[in-house]
Write a protein that binds this ligand. Sequence first.
Ligand SMILES: Cc1cc2nc3c(=O)[nH]c(=O)nc-3n(C[C@H](O)[C@H](O)[C@H](O)COP(=O)(O)OP(=O)(O)OC[C@H]3O[C@@H](n4cnc5c(N)ncnc54)[C@H](O)[C@@H]3O)c2cc1C
Length: 386
Amino acid sequence: MDYLLTDEQRELRALARDIAVNTVRPRAEYYDRANEFPWDVVKVFAQADLFRIFIPEEYEGLGMGVFELCLVTEELSRACGGIALALAGTALGTEPLLIMGNDAQKKKYLPRIAAGQSLAAFALTEADAGSDASAVKTRAVRDGGDYVLNGTKQWITNGGEAEIYTVIAATDPRRGARGLSAFVVEKGTPGFDFGKKEDKLGIRASATRELVFQDCRVPAANLLGKEGMGFITVMRTFDRTRPGVASQAVGIAQGALDHAVAYAKERRQFGQPIASFQGIQFMLADMAMKVEAARALVYASARMIDAGKKDVSRYSAMAKAFASDVAMEVTTNAIQVFGGYGYMREYPVEKYFRDAKITQIYEGTNQIQRQVIALDLIRTAGRQVG
Ligand SMILES: Cc1cc2nc3c(=O)[nH]c(=O)nc-3n(C[C@H](O)[C@H](O)[C@H](O)COP(=O)(O)OP(=O)(O)OC[C@H]3O[C@@H](n4cnc5c(N)ncnc54)[C@H](O)[C@@H]3O)c2cc1C
C-alpha cells in the first residue's frame, strides 16, 4: 500500500532496510542464541544517525517524529525484533527527557544520545508494580541538593548497557500515583548497580536487567519536571512510544510473512508447491491483510501524534494492541505454513514467534490497552473524536 511518504521518509526507510538486510539479519541468529547485546550493530545504527531521528535539531538531532521512528523500527524488526530494541528502547528512555526535561537537562544528555554514544533506558517496573504503576516502591527522598534513591527496578530494557536511565520513584508515597517523580540517573553513579540479567523466550539480543539503588545520591537538578509529575510523564511517554512497539510488531509480522510466502512457493507436497493449495493461500492472504491493517493503524496514529493532536491515548493503545495481536497470530501461522520445519530452530520462523510475544506484554499489556481504549470510549461517548 502506498502511504504517500515524503522523499526524505523514503530515503530513511531505504537506509533502514539496507541496514536490516545487510547488518541485522546476518547477525540475528547469533545474538538470539548467545543472549548477548549487539554492540557492533548498535555502532552501525549510530554511524547511520538512526539515534538522531527522535532528537530535536537544537540538540544535535534530525528533528524527525514518531512516524519516522516507526518506519525505521519496523524495517529493523523485520530482520530482528530484539536488535531493533536497542534503538526503540533508547527512544523510550529518552522520551521523558523530551517531554519534561528543561533546556539544561536536554543540553546535557540529548547530544550524547543523538550521537549514539549513550543509550537510554526507561525504568518503571518493579516486582510488585507492573500494570499498576502507582504501586512503585522505589523511594526518592530529598536531602539538601540531592535526592537519595532506594529500591529495585526489574526487567529494564537496555539495562546495564545504557548510560542514561529515566527512573520513576516515589517522592510522596502517601499520594500514590500523584506522589511519583521522574529522575535521570547516570550509569556509574555511586549506589546504582545492576542485578539479574534475564534469560528470555524471545528478543534475546535485547538486555533485560534489574537496576538496584542503594542510598544512590542523584542531584536535584536531575528531577524531570516537578515532584509529583512522574505518573503523568509515564502516561505521556507511553502515548508517544506505543506506536513504536506496534511498529516493532508489524516488522516482526512482516518478516514472518516474507518467510512464509517464500517457503510456500518452494516446498512441494502431493507433487506441487504448497502455495498452490487454497488452504495455504487463504492463510497467507489473511496474514497479509492483517499486517497491512496493523501498519495502517500504526502510521495513522503516529501521524496524529506528530501533528500535535490531543487525546491520542486511545489510538496509540489501539495501534499497540492490534499490531501485537496481529504479530502473534501471523507468526503462529507462519510456523503452520512451514509445518514441522517451522518448529525447528534451523528455520527462521520460530524466532519471529518468540519475539512477537513480548509486544503483547510490555509498555502495558494488551488488557491494559483495552482498558485505555474502553475508558476513552466511555468518556467521550456521543462526542466526535479524532
Ligand atoms: C522483556 C521485557 C522487557 C521490559 N522492559 C521494560 C522496560 O524497559 N521498562 C519498564 O519499566 N518495564 C519493562 N518491562 C515490564 C513490562 O512493562 C511489564 O511486564 C508489564 O507492564 C506487565 O506487568 P507485569 O508483568 O507485572 O504483569 P501484571 O501487571 O502482574 O499482569 C499479569 C496479568 O494480569 C493482567 N492484568 C493486570 N491488571 C489488570 C487489569 N486492571 N485488568 C485486566 N487485566 C489485568 C495483565 O494484563 C496480565 O495478563 C519489560 C518486561 C519484559 C518482559
